[in-house]
Design a protein around this ligand. Structure first.
Ligand SMILES: O=P(O)(O)O[C@H]1O[C@H](CO)[C@@H](O)[C@H]1O
Ligand SMILES: O=c1cc[nH]c(=O)[nH]1
Length: 235
């Protein structure tokens, strides 16, 4: 057990799918995994380990924001020997070039956050996905005939803001969308020499205020979930 995860050593698989939402983790475990076991519910952040097509996999939440995923991904990599984390999140599109339910495979995460600098001495404001899992997701998507958009995204600490303009860092790095965790996940993986990818489903179109419901954020992300599971078993 680690400070924030109650699972015993050996109860977490080498590959973890990590949504922000604990109930999305439960939905995936209930609907996609066999022989599934709830291995941690500390702070109601659920971790389930089971098999998908015969391969052991863990689905567990990160909670929302950089500090939270910073904790969970670090403990998974260092205390449980996890090799690969695939974040499966939602994001807000900065323009109407994207549509609700589009799926992004994140190339680089740009952030104003000081997390990477003060945790690991990583000075860059743009951190790439780590290891081979990004490419494996692209190949898996092509094999399944699913469309994924490869793009930079903005990892922000802010969900609500007064200024409607696209933030400068997102403009600078041509980020199509915003979410709140990928930068810290990539920073931890980079520092620790681990693999990390982030898949995002567009849940909000920021300029038009179109959005999917909270129930859909839990349950209607089928394309992303199935792509992550199929990629995970090849990791
Ligand atoms: O759907 P998840 O994975 O939680 O991701 C996005 O949704 C949350 C905000 O609603 C933030 O965590 C953001 O990154
Ligand atoms: O961080 C996020 C996630 C979903 N939608 C947003 O607008 N922002």
């Amino acid at each position: 057990m680690s400070v924030h995860i109650a699972a015993a050593k050996g109860q977490i698989a080498k590959t973890v799918l990590q949504p922000g939402d604990p109930l999305r983790a439960k939905f995936i475990a209930d609907n996609y995994l066999d022989s599934v076991k709830l291995v941690s519910q500390t702070r109601n952040i659920f971790y389930y380990t089971g098999t998908y097509k015969g391969n052991e996999i863990t689905i567990g939440a990160s909670g929302m924001g950089i500090p939270s995923i910073g904790i969970y991904s670090y403990e998974l990599y260092t205390e449980y020997g996890v090799d690969t984390i695939i974040r499966i999140g939602t994001c807000g599109a900065y323009s109407t070039d994207l549509n609700l339910f589009d799926v992004i495979n994140v190339e680089n995460a740009a952030s104003e956050s000081t997390y990477a600098k003060y945790a690991w001495g990583i000075e860059e404001e743009l951190i790439p996905h780590q290891g081979n899992i990004f490419e494996s997701i692209n190949q898996t998507a092509a094999g399944l005939g699913k469309t994924v958009i490869e793009s930079n995204i903005h990892t922000s600490d802010i969900f609500y803001r007064k200024d409607a303009a696209v933030p400068a860092i997102a403009q600078k790095h041509k980020c199509l969308a915003v979410e709140m965790e990928a930068f810290a996940l990539f920073a931890n993986a980079k520092y620790l020499g681990k693999s990390a990818a982030t898949l995002l489903t567009v849940s909000d179109i920021i300029p038009t205020r179109e959005q999917i419901s909270s129930d859909e954020r839990e349950k209607a992300l089928r394309v992303m979930i199935e792509l992550a599971l199929e990629s995970a078993v090849k990791a």
